[in-house]
Design a protein around this ligand. Sequence first.
Ligand SMILES: C[S@@+](CC[C@H](N)C(=O)[O-])C[C@H]1O[C@@H](n2cnc3c(N)ncnc32)[C@H](O)[C@@H]1O
Length: 256
Amino acid sequence: MRRLLIIGIGAGDPDYMTVQAIRALGQVDVFFAADKGAEKEDLAGLRTQICERFIEHRRYRSVRFADPQRGSGASANAYRASVDAWHGEREAIYERLLREELREGETGAFLAWGDPSLYDSTLRIVDRIRTRGALQLECEVIPGISSVQALCARHGIALSRIGESVQITTGRQLAAGLPVREGSVVVMLDGECAFKTCAEPDLEIYWGAYLGTPDEILIAGPLREVMDQIETTRRRARAQKGWIMDTYLLRRAQAR
Ligand SMILES: C[S@@+](CC[C@H](N)C(=O)[O-])C[C@H]1O[C@@H](n2cnc3c(N)ncnc32)[C@H](O)[C@@H]1O
């Protein structure tokens, strides 16, 4: 049987690699890595650095593949349909790679940015392959430090407050009118500064870009006071580097 590891490598700092993830890397014969745009080139470089730093042998192979582009979809339904079609294309590619590049008895791996359970399609795609019974695979998931944990750590805040809930969502959902009345809302995948659409007063924001990397930027404060600063900083950083990854937490300020 072929074995597949989906290894969370942390969201930026190679020191986020856990002992379990380092041990898992050492067992891999074949790494599968997607070729994507400028952002992904930098992230691919980090993956290479991680392999060179933490794997003691050099017997592993790396197989790179072209990642299909996702079509756009404006409405929620069109968006879901475009994501589903995109996952279908990836499923076909992953299956071919696993069949052709990984021999019986060998261990392959996908390195997932941050934690594989959070806004990462690898588990879903591998699950589709296994559910169809297309390939016999033994799978194991190794958790990683997500950008949510990195954000809280770098701002020195707790994610949850006493008796309150935590919601993790996307910029698209926030812009569609997600209320931030109670508890904490963490927003990821926001290319449009959706925090500017939040009408609730007394909100505070903890924002972080390129968390865990040498380019890290942190801004925190009352939303209405710092939102323009975040938008400008974000625009400049993105123009300079060619890409940006940012995450933020919103919640009502509490008397200390
Ligand atoms: C496709 S999701 C992957 C999330 C990842 N699995 C995780 O555990 O953080 C990409 C989004 O994660 C967030 N993100 C990932 N790494 C980040 C970082 N180093 N700094 C800030 N945000 C990050 C951003 O919101 C980005 O748009």
